[in-house]
Design a protein. Sequence first.
Lengths: 462, 229
Amino acid sequence: MKLFVKIFLWFLAAIALMVGVTMFVTRTFQTEPLMGRFQRSTRNQMQIYGGTATQIVGAEGDAGLRIYLNRLRDVDPPREVALVGADGKVYLGGGGDIADISDLVSRTLVSGAAEADFSSDERSLGAAPVTFPDGRQFVLVLQWDRQAPQGLFWGSTLGYLRLAGMLLTGLVLCYLLALYLTSPIRKLRVAAQKLADGDLQTRVATSVGRRRDELADLARDFDVMAERIESLVTSQQRLNRDISHELRSPLARLNVALEIAKQKSGAETQPILDRIETESTRLNEMISRLLILAKLESGSEEIEPVRIDLADLVRDIASDADFEAKAKGKSVEVSSAADCTVIGSENLLRSAIENVLRNAVRYAAEDTKVDVSLTAGNGHAVLRVLDHGGGVPEEELANLFRPFYRIGEARERKTGGIGLGLAIAERAIHAHKGTITAKNNGDGLTVEITLRRAESPVVKPT
Amino acid sequence: MDKILIIDDDEELCELVSEYLGVEGFAVESVNDGEAGLKRALSGDYDMAILDVMLPKMNGFDVLRNLREESNLPVIMLTARGDDMERIVGLEIGADDYLPKPFNPRELTARLRAILRRAAPADENGDGSEKIDVDGIEISSASRIAKSDGVELNLTSVEFGLLHELLKEAGKIVKKEDLSESVLERKLSPYDRSLDMHISNLRKKLGARLDGSERIKTIRSVGYIYTVV
């Protein structure tokens, strides 16, 4: 799960839990006992009212009772008063808006003691039995605006409002907090990815803003690390390039000196001089490829983007490779070449495909065919080069594209490779934001190059 | 004896090349910086120049650019191996050929000879007075001058040779192998793209037809055709 979501949900859960605990504690240790006390005192009060009413009606009759009831009603704030008979009919009072009290009345008659009802939000009711001198039973009912303590969140509009307000505030704050914590992390991650993709100039501290916390420290440390990596890599690349450059001068002189030696020497030294020439050519080839590699890695090779008809290019290179392969009793065949156009440097793509193809030809067993197929996928062009050359051990596949990586040294020497072709191909394909992978296909190796297709096809010159 | 001028800052290499080419029958002199090189190349004493790209005082491209303003002296450029840009720029400015450095001296000799042969007046073998005129492009193999609608085109000897071969066979495909052998005087080797580059320079210099169509069309992996309207 995303860190953002995690932080958000955890804080939200914490707030919800806090609300819950507060509710529980308030209810158990505050509202309930308070309510109990309140009910008890209300019932006591009612009991006194009921007793007094019974005395007054005994001593002074209905007129006295009416005066007493009026006195009970006219307090501040005023209360509703009613004297209800056992049959549920209102005997005295009850002029105002009095609620359905039949339940309370029957309860009071049954218990013979004062009762109270706080179930409504708006009003509370109290009831007490009154006995007339003739023995008839009545119930004195008082109704007043609610004053009993309420639940903190539950049971009233105010409570719900309070709850909603808290949750909403929590929601917004949690969101902001999660954002505040995770946005620099996300920025760091993007920067790390860019760095891994080879953009060594990636820095992150400025985009994290003016915060002064561990995350800002991390961003600064990241920048220090990136700085160090950049300087290491560039100095290594410069070294590679400089060495290769400097090696060329003595090599050029060596070539000429060798030729002069050939001019002047007799027949018996020719074979060994030829051998020296072969080695110098090999050295030469290696240096030039190292230079290409150094250039690709430093990104200084400028890609002048042009539209390239990939099928044409592949056929072109394949026919050259086929020519070369025929000399060794192998062949190269283009089994399919879908129409697709890519944008990039023709030189770089040519050298990438050429290196892959020549590599396949080099390792292909005699009398076998190297199969080249170009298919057009959705937005992608996929080039597969399939050889029957025994493949490579599974665990070595990922290393194939490393410069100078050798799988079975003896074999490589014999076939004359110098271990840079696939490295160059990989860098060139990456420069085009494409991918290159290798996998075993049973009795050989399949190299797959995926490139982004251009949107519209090449306009061919007529 | 053909006189060759080497402009390269590597003195030891110059000495060795002089010795080698001396045995092959050339008279060689060398200069080690761009400015002096340009001065000597303009003196008119030489049949050919070998020009390195990396030179002190004035780089090879500038030397060639200045030289081309006044002289058609054949030039072979020594470019950095693996650097396509140097090759392309060199050919565009007007080098007759290029050789990646470090080079094989035998290859250098072969190219020197090929270019010198092309640059020599053609009227010795009789058919030199040949003139071809195809839709506004006019070439004369005797004077080695090509004109487009009467305006002289500034072609290198290789470009002239290619145009000559293509115009002779206008409307037909000329194979790459044949062009390589007749113009560059070497067998076409796989992955060698210098023909393509010369042709693309030639195309630029000729320009497209008024309707926008290219005069020289590429038939991939086969050759080229000078289209006829």
